[in-house]
Design a protein around this ligand. Structure first.
Ligand code: AMP
Length: 446
């Protein structure tokens, strides 16, 4: 019987065709990250971990797939993510209880963090300051800066109000952390856009006003907006259709609907940002694409990224824990697109790649084991070693050392082993020295 799986083929042509199909299918999901590019990703992640450490954040790793219901409830049925972008399937689980369960590859990480907060009663620990780095999945049309599997670096500050989770100081701290992180990565020309989308009461009044304002104009808008005008008018602000923009421009803004506590909260966030010298622009069209946000909403954009210019977005989500069946747990967080962050770096992969310090070239029979011993000793001293093969002639070893961009080549031949003194040649200057074994690590690292 012929398999329906394109990766399983019959016959030679079939095999070739199936192979190319597999490549096409996979590269649509995500082009693999290869060296030297991965060095840039590691450079970013190391800087990120350093910055999070300084702000006393700790890492959380949530499952890559979760029950569909978590995202439907946590992100919102009406959002683009849930309504059209999730990778969802019915599980064929082995246990009876798993059968037919609907599962989804996580399209974002906040819902998963809040679920973990609820299930593991993290409120017992006071304020949780958590960060994550990992893949997310959305069915989108791939283009530069937008992929179906993409990576996010994110953080969430969540806890009982008594632990200070509601304080505007937390919002400002997160924003200042982000400014520090982007500066530290050498990313210039970022813009922080800031808004407050108020609390549930403000939004109920605002939604009503929006619905009214949309009633006469919705028929002239795109089909998505016509639907949103009825189901969730706030989402109209996510619309990117150029013809709809003049209509959206004239709609009432949330800033006119903030109640006193929300207005004061927002004022204090802005005051702290001014005091610490983080610049921002107010944007009262910024409502963020997910349903769970409240009060502070923000995005950082970067000019050089073109159409996909949002590097990160986030905001406060004071009611999310309750929406997911947990206790009141105000929180604020962000998610940063790591793919876009890497695109925005001025640093090149070559510049951050750690090249071999030394290429060890065993020369002649029985020298592989001597070279391996030496490599082991040097690596223990944090020397980066590329190891050759006694079957290579000297010329080939030199070529391999050049190709690996090693700084030195170290010759390990019978005479060297007997004397315990080795020929070390600097490949850039051509200078060669005879170096005793005990001094090699220091000499190479110098
Ligand atoms: P969101 O979770 O939609 O607020 O997205 C937060 C950040 O993740 C965005 O600002 C982007 O930098 C990044 N991002 C979202 N979707 C994608 C995608 N499909 N491909 C690459 N990056 C993305």
């Amino acid at each position: 019987m012929q398999s329906k799986d394109p990766c399983i083929a019959r016959g030679n042509y079939g095999r070739y065709k199936a192979f190319s199909l597999c490549i096409v299918v996979w590269s649509v999901v995500r082009i693999p990250l290869l060296p030297p590019e991965t060095a840039l990703w590691n450079f970013v992640e190391a800087a990120v971990r350093d910055v999070f450490r300084a702000y006393n954040f700790h890492e959380i790793r949530t499952p890559i797939f979760e029950s569909t219901e978590l995202f439907a409830r946590g992100v919102g049925e009406e959002t683009d993510i849930v309504s059209k972008e999730m990778y969802t399937w019915q599980d064929q689980g082995r246990a009876q209880s798993d059968q037919g369960q609907s599962l989804t590859l996580r399209p974002e990480n906040t819902a998963g963090v809040v679920r973990a907060y609820i299930e593991h009663k993290l409120w017992d620990r006071g304020l949780s300051k958590l960060y994550y780095i990992g893949p997310q999945f959305r069915r989108e049309r791939p283009q530069k800066g937008r992929y179906r599997q993409f990576y996010q670096i994110g953080a969430e500050v969540i806890g009982p109000a008594s632990a200070g989770s509601e304080s505007p100081a937390r919002d400002a701290e997160i924003l200042e952390l982000l400014a520090t992180l982007l500066d530290r990565l050498g990313i210039k020309d970022w813009t922080l856009e800031l808004n407050s989308i108020g609390c549930a009461n403000d939004r109920a009044a605002y939604n009503e006003a929006l619905r009214k304002a949309l009633e006469p104009v919705a028929p002239k808008m795109c089909v998505d907006c016509q639907r949103r005008a009825v189901t969730n008018p706030l989402r109209v602000f996510d619309c990117k259709v150029p013809e709809d923009q003049p209509i959206i421009e004239k709609l009432p803004r949330i800033s006119q609907f903030l109640d006193e506590p929300c207005r004061k909260h927002f004022e204090e966030v802005k005051e702290i940002l001014r005091a610490v010298g983080v610049e921002f622009q107010l944007n009262d069209r910024l409502v963020r694409g997910l349903d769970y946000y409240s009060r502070t909403a923000f995005e950082f954009t970067h000019g050089a990224l073109g159409a996909q210019n949002a590097i990160l977005g986030g905001g406060r989500y004071d009611g999310l824990s309750e929406m997911l069946g947990g206790p009141a747990a105000p929180g604020i967080g962000f998610a940063m697109g790591e793919d876009r962050l890497v695109l925005a770096l001025s640093e090149s992969a070559e510049a951050v790649l750690r090249k071999p310090d030394v290429y060890i070239a065993p020369l002649g029979g029985n020298m592989n084991k001597e070279a391996a011993r030496l490599a082991r000793e040097l690596r223990r001293h944090d020397v980066v070693v590329e190891l050759g093969d006694e079957r290579f002639r000297l010329k080939k070893s030199f070529e391999a050392a050049d190709k690996a961009a090693a700084k030195y080549i170290l010759i390990v031949g019978e005479n060297e082993v007997k004397a315990d003194v080795f020929a070390l040649k600097n490949l850039a200057t051509g200078e060669q020295k005879a170096v005793p074994r005990a001094e090699l690590a220091q000499m190479i690292q110098h």
